[in-house]
Write a protein that binds this ligand. Structure first.
Ligand SMILES: C[S@@+](CC[C@H](N)C(=O)[O-])C[C@H]1O[C@@H](n2cnc3c(N)ncnc32)[C@H](O)[C@@H]1O
Ligand code: SF4
Length: 384
């Protein structure tokens, strides 16, 4: 019997949003007045996929992820087209995961069933909060009532539902956060991604913090809110398979996240998307042009949307495996880290093991639960 083709994930970036949130530093652009550009973008994404299929060769397609930006603003027909193309270019796995990130406005929720009909089988809903004041603070264009309606519609339309929430907001108490999380869980998501509010450089929130208009929670309050998150979700039967990703059992884990953290290959299409493709001469790292117009022009000129592509050195590829692999419990096999000289009996590995931050596993480099909480420290020590 021949080996099955290696696995592949596809990431599709849809960079438009109805409104740009004051905390967000993703590659995003205002949606309004760009219908023509968007039609050209769908066509460019299709051409890019076809060209990249020649780079990957035959693969088993395990995940397609429509991320953003706000992919729930995409015409469902465009989602169907891109998905149809991906399914034709590679061999779809029987349990192919197709995720779409959605914002919970009424207009978008009205299209959930069309996205399901287009082949999306997992919705990642950006609820962020179920508190009106918090949603206004976050600059969102939905309120808690709209989020609740969207949750109900999504739970009916999709077999798999994941929720994004933002916590560690100024003034938030553990008791209020526990109640908010419990309410979100009542809608039956199989997966929850609670993110601590991060003040990203260059955002409106960054300027507000510097002017003293926003005061982020002190470290001990942020830690208490983190503890509340872990305890509430664990009591509800969710396992933290990564620090901000909780699933109700292994089957509910995001296959797409695992593509990244298990070091599998992925093709990135759409403005600013990243990709990693194993080639005979090493791992190819691709980054697409960030601005939609530049991306479309690149595809017109070269067939692919890459603004850059480079083959990682053995050391760079192994460093990346440490950074991504340690995020999940399974860690990364030492055989993938030979370029770094890291093995089970390496001095720094032993040191971190003795500090209780790495497990005593001799086949795989794995962080303990305590180690995963201080991953920056662990990876800095390993990659000096
Ligand atoms: C880039 S958004 C795309 C999804 C969708 N547009 C939305 O906002 O719901 C993906 C997720 O990143 C999280 N996020 C973005 N910026 C963040 C920040 N500064 N701090 C914490 N979470 C953030 C939000 O929870 C969001 O759902
Ligand atoms: S958080 Fe989501 S909706 Fe807000 S600007 Fe970023 S991608 Fe767009």
């Amino acid at each position: 019997m021949t080996d099955p083709a290696p696995s592949l994930g596809v990431y599709v970036h849809w960079p438009y949003c109805a409104r740009i949130c004051p905390y967000c530093d993703f590659n995003v652009y205002r949606d309004r007045g760009r219908a023509e550009e968007q039609a050209a973008l769908v066509a460019a994404i299709g051409r890019d996929l076809q060209a990249q299929a020649r780079l990957t060769g035959p693969r088993r397609l395990v995940s397609v992820f429509f991320g953003g930006g706000t992919p729930s603003l995409m015409p469902p027909q465009a989602v169907a087209e891109i998905l149809g193309l991906a399914r034709a270019l590679w061999t779809p796995a029987e349990d192919l995961e197709v995720t779409l990130e959605a914002n919970p406005t009424d207009a978008e929720a009205a299209r959930f069933s069309a996205f399901a009909a287009a082949g999306v089988n997992r919705l990642s809903l950006g609820v962020q909060s179920l508190d009106d004041e918090a949603l206004a603070f976050l600059g969102r264009d939905h309120d808690a009532a709209a989020a609740r309606r969207a949750l109900q519609i999504a739970a009916r339309a999709f077999p798999r539902l994941s929720l994004d929430l933002i916590y560690a907001r100024p003034g938030q108490t553990p008791a209020a956060w526990r109640a908010e999380l419990a309410e979100a869980l009542a809608y039956g998501p199989e997966h929850v991604s609670p993110y601590q509010l991060t003040i990203e450089p260059g955002t409106a929130f960054d300027r507000a913090v510097r002017r003293g208009r926003i005061i982020p929670p002190m470290d001990d309050m942020a830690a208490a809110l983190f503890e509340t998150t872990q305890a509430t979700l664990s009591a509800a039967g969710f396992e933290a398979y990564e620090v901000s990703n909780h699933a109700q059992g292994a089957a509910a884990r995001s296959r797409h996240n695992l593509v990244y953290w298990q070091g599998e290959d992925y093709v990135g299409v759409g403005p600013g998307a990243h990709g990693r493709i194993r080639r005979p001469d090493g791992r190819l790292a691709t980054v697409a042009a960030a601005r939609p117009a530049d991306y479309i022009a690149k595809v017109d000129q070269t067939g692919v949307g890459f603004a850059s592509q480079e083959t990682l050195t053995g050391i760079e590829a192994a460093e990346e495996r440490v950074l991504t692999g340690l995020r999940i419990e399974a860690g990364v096999g030492f055989e993938e880290l030979t370029a770094l000289g890291l093995s089970s009996d390496h001095r720094r590995v032993i040191e971190l093991r003795e500090a209780g931050l790495l497990t005593p596993d001799h086949l795989r480099l794995r962080a303990t639960a305590a180690g995963r909480l201080v991953l920056d420290h662990v990876t800095r020590r390993l990659l000096v």
